[in-house]
Design a protein around this ligand. Structure first.
Ligand code: FAD
Length: 464
């Protein structure tokens, strides 16, 4: 066993570990970074980058099929060469991954170890034949797709967000179990690639964490493209079938079974903490395996921090990166930054996308505060009309007394970008009156935000 001492050890080269290594080495620390698989982690290799690249392909196919609506004549049927589309995605992924690996490899003061890391003690980490020690250890190990314990799951081939990226032919019929963020993006993408698609969701609504009006609008968008949606699906079971896989379910309506050629399981993610030997360090986890952290991302063991998806405090690249910013500011800049100061924001990259910030209207109502709500369908947004993409809505919820924005959703063309007007207002702690004299650019989706804010109406609050 080779022993080496460092000032800091970073386990995992995902979205928080590498920039942290950059700051720590910049502060003249000797840092070890350990990565067991692909540099860049989920986002770069099997998450954000490949999916958003493929969503772009799917959008081109969709628009090509709608070309006539715009007076553009495309001869013949539109089809997708999935191998080419995947190759395009993988070249973008490779550039990002290799750039990161190269940057870490050349970083002065940083030693990169390739292999699986596991704790030996609160200050020691083992990687193959190397035993590394440091007074500071940062865990950035991410998460992976969970496999639900549903009957038959071990007897049928199934895909997850990683393995689906290896398909080079469009499936005949993709059955997606799980109607939340990951499942919906793949469902629409593959429908636009030319597959028949069925979404099977246990909850009564797709993407159940969103407000019912948003969820209903999303379901309408997907159904409008010919995707079959089966909600309130109980007792989901899978079994082999001559044509692929048979998925049985107990729903309020619809056939009790669907036969697909391929099965995608998109039912959530579990943290990569089960093989870290956390018990040897004494690092506590919750019942689902997420590492327990305080508001500054310190674990139960002094000198050990957990960042990114593995701490259960965020499930996005920007939250993982913000974890890095919090830890770096507190350790190196004398700051006192906390996770609880972070205003949640995210997007769902179906097309049109959903941009979200803060709480939903449902959650705001549960606060018991007097509320103001303003909304507008995208059919009343000039830019959406001009683009021929009028599905969706925008909605803002504010506290009627403080007049601060509590949350917003923009489901519609450009929603992932336009939401940032509201993200910025919330981060600036601005009131809804701050926009009154703003002169937004016409024609944009964002230009309607001041209008929605100006037209907000009191919302009925539930009686206690
Ligand atoms: C299909 C999909 C699409 C997504 N799209 C988006 C999106 O559009 N926008 C967005 O913000 N987020 C998106 N996400 C979420 C985003 O990918 C994650 O939130 C983000 O990657 C989390 O970063 P992380 O640093 O916590 O973990 P990861 O990026 O997963 O990195 C963890 C790293 O640790 C390594 N590792 C794990 N265990 C060990 C060990 N024991 N030893 C050594 N190395 C180890 C892993 O190999 C990995 O490289 C998506 C996720 C999925 C699945």
């Amino acid at each position: 066993m080779n022993g080496s001492a460092f000032d800091a050890i970073v386990i995992g080269a995902g979205q928080a570990g590498p920039p942290l290594a950059g700051r720590l080495t910049g502060a003249r620390m000797k840092v070890a970074v350990i990565e067991r698989a692909r540099f860049g982690g989920t986002c770069v290799n099997t998450g954000c980058t490949p999916t958003k690249t493929l969503v772009a392909t799917a959008r081109v196919a969709h628009l090509a099929r709608r070309a006539r609506d715009y007076g553009v004549m495309v001869e013949g049927a539109v089809s997708v060469d999935l191998a080419r589309a995947q190759a395009r995605a993988q070249s973008i992924v490779a550039a990002s991954r290799e750039g990161l690996e190269d940057w870490l490899g050349r970083m002065p003061g940083c030693t990169v170890f390739r292999g699986h890391a596991a704790f030996q003690s609160p200050t020691q980490v083992r990687v193959g034949d190397d035993l590394l020690s440091a007074p500071r250890i940062f865990i950035n190990v991410g998460a992976r797709a969970s496999v639900p314990r549903m009957p038959g799951v071990d007897d049928v081939p199934h895909l997850d967000n990683s393995s689906i990226l290896a398909l080079d032919r469009v499936p005949e019929h993709l059955v997606v179990v799980g109607g939340s963020y990951v499942g919906l993006e793949f469902a629409q993408m593959f429908r636009r690639f030319g597959a028949a698609v069925t979404i099977v969701e246990m909850q009564p609504h797709l993407i159940a964490r969103e407000d019912p009006d948003v969820s209903t609008a999303i379901e309408a968008i997907l159904r409008g493209e010919g995707i079959a949606v089966r909600t309130a699906a109980r007792c989901i079971a899978v079994a082999p079938h001559a044509r692929g896989v048979r998925v049985t379910m107990d729903c309020a309506e619809g056939e009790p079974a669907v036969v697909g050629s391929h099965l995608l399981l998109a039912v959530g993610r579990r943290p990569n903490t089960d093989d870290l030997a956390l018990d040897r360090a004494g690092v506590a986890t919750d019942a689902r395996g997420f590492i327990t952290v305080d508001d500054r991302l310190a674990t139960s063991v002094p000198g050990i921090w957990a960042l990114g998806d593995c701490n259960g405090r965020g499930a996005f690249t920007h939250t993982a990166y913000n974890d890095f910013e919090i830890v770096a500011a507190n350790l190196l800049d004398g700051g006192d930054r906390r996770v609880s100061e972070r205003i949640p924001a995210y997007a769902l990259y179906i097309d049109p996308p959903l941009g979200r910030v803060g709480v939903t209207e449902t959650a705001a109502r549960a606060l018991g505060r007097p509320l103001l709500v303003g909304s507008r369908p995208m059919t009343r947004v000039s830019r959406a009309i001009e683009k021929g993409e009028t599905q969706g809505l925008m909605k803002v919820v504010a506290d009627a007394e403080t007049r601060q924005i509590l949350g917003a959703a923009i489901l519609g063309v450009g929603g992932d970008e336009a939401i940032h007007g509201l993200v910025d207002m919330m981060n600036a702690r601005a009131t809804i009156d701050a926009y009154r004299w703003a002169v937004p650019i016409h024609p944009t989706v964002s230009e309607l935000i001041p209008t929605v804010l100006g037209e907000m109406k009191p919302a009925a609050t539930p009686t206690a």
